[in-house]
Design a protein around this ligand. Structure first.
Ligand code: KG4
Ligand code: ZN
Length: 360
């Protein structure tokens, strides 16, 4: 039996500074320093502020992760670092930091695609066999991937504009609900009537697995302004009803497109029936329940990693690095940071770019 590799993972591609130590499929530590409060007043992630905060926090974060894992640098088999896609200043901070440690210790270095980190998480948490279907749905990403191997992905659809998390955040802003928008819109929606304001479902009846969410915020804005014009203001019930109408539309789009993605995936690989989700939006109760129901109907195993591993973290980067190193992959000190880095370079590029940077 070969020894399980122990890797330090480093993640700094967006607004979370993270470090983790993973041995095989065991997470020895995972530390995440969020930057939400730094960007709060700007209504989105400010790349310069993010990069500076990463550069300041990475050392502490790594030290804390090593300490919590009770391992020293000499116990490591390598360093995995997010080398893209993402906000270039942040990615550079992480890559430079990892290179510094690699140069000083002589440890092998491996650059990891952030999206691969998300996409391989079900293997870290549930040892899911290849190939499986994955829906990555967060504030910056939204795509269906058939994960065929640690470096083999087939993107069969995705958003053509906003990511759903972005739409939740914008909706919260329009309805004067707190940020991040996902949890507050979900909470308000629980008390609302989704039939009161029925929102559009763009691309729902178009063939394929592509999705669009940007029209929803315009629809919410119009509906809100209509209420204000008529009644002079927005009541809590209006907030709840508008939230419910919005969430219902997102759920309907994700469910219908997942149904089609499952058809494509199951036709290609009828024997391994697994569907996994990741990303902050995967925390949404009604969305999760709808996708789980769909899996039950099609006899597909539904895998939802714990929320802390669905959102940005470094354990997923360390684990993706482990899979890469097990296949003999390694980088050297010429490793460069890539703002765009599609997992499936055969697929047509996606349009638009999320608030958290390029969607790749
Ligand atoms: O994966 P994540 O932490 O960061 C990236 O975007 O990479 O996802 C954050 C996004 C935010 O837009 C947030 O509003 C959304 O996930 N989110 C939710 C919920 N919790 C977080 N969206 C819907 N329902 C939720 N309960
Ligand atoms: Zn992410």
């Amino acid at each position: 039996m070969t020894k399980d590799l122990t890797l330090l993972g480093i993640e700094s591609s967006c607004d979370d500074t993270a470090a983790a130590v993973v041995r095989g499929t065991t997470i020895l530590s995972s530390v995440v320093y969020g930057q939400t409060s730094l960007h709060m007043e700007f209504g989105g992630v400010v790349p310069e502020i993010a990069a500076r905060a990463h550069a300041e926090k990475l050392d502490h974060c790594i030290e804390e992760a090593l300490k919590a894992a009770n391992v020293g640098l000499t116990d490591l088999d390598g360093i995995a670092v997010t080398a893209g896609p993402g906000l270039i200043g942040g990615v550079l901070s992480g890559v430079m930091c990892a290179k510094g440690i690699a140069a000083a210790t002589g440890l092998p270095l491996i650059g990891v695609n952030h999206l691969a980190g998300h996409a391989l998480t079900p293997r870290l948490t549930d040892q899911v066999p290849y190939p499986y279907l994955m829906l990555l749905v967060s504030g910056g990403h939204c795509q269906f991937l058939i994960v065929e191997g640690h470096d083999s992905y087939r993107r069969i659809g995705g958003t053509i504009d906003d990511a759903p998390g972005e739409a939740f955040d914008k909706t919260a802003r329009i309805l004067a609900l707190p940020q991040p928008g996902g949890p507050s819109v979900e909470k308000a929606a629980a008390k609302g009537d989704s039939k009161h304001f029925v929102m559009p479902r763009p691309l729902l009846n178009q063939p394929g697995c592509d999705m669009s969410f940007s029209g929803l915020k315009t629809a919410i804005l119009r509906a809100r302004d209509g209420v204000i014009e008529e009644a002079g203001g927005l009541t809590r019930q209006d907030q709840a009803d508008l939230s419910a109408g919005f969430q219902d539309a997102v759920t309907a789009i994700l469910t219908e497109k997942t149904r089609r993605a499952l058809e494509v995936y199951l036709a290609l690989s009828p024997d391994t029936k697994t569907f996994a989700i990741a990303g902050g939006v995967a925390a949404n109760g009604p969305i999760r329940a709808a996708l789980q129901g769909l899996c039950t109907d099609t006899g597909t195993t539904f895998v939802a990693p714990p929320l802390a591993l669905c959102t940005d973290n470094a354990a997923m980067i360390a684990y993706a690095g482990i899979e890469g190193m097990m296949h003999g992959e390694a980088d050297d000190l010429t490793l460069s940071a890539r703002p765009r880095w599609p997992l499936d370079d055969q697929a047509a590029p996606m349009l638009g770019s999320g608030k958290k940077g390029a969607k790749a």
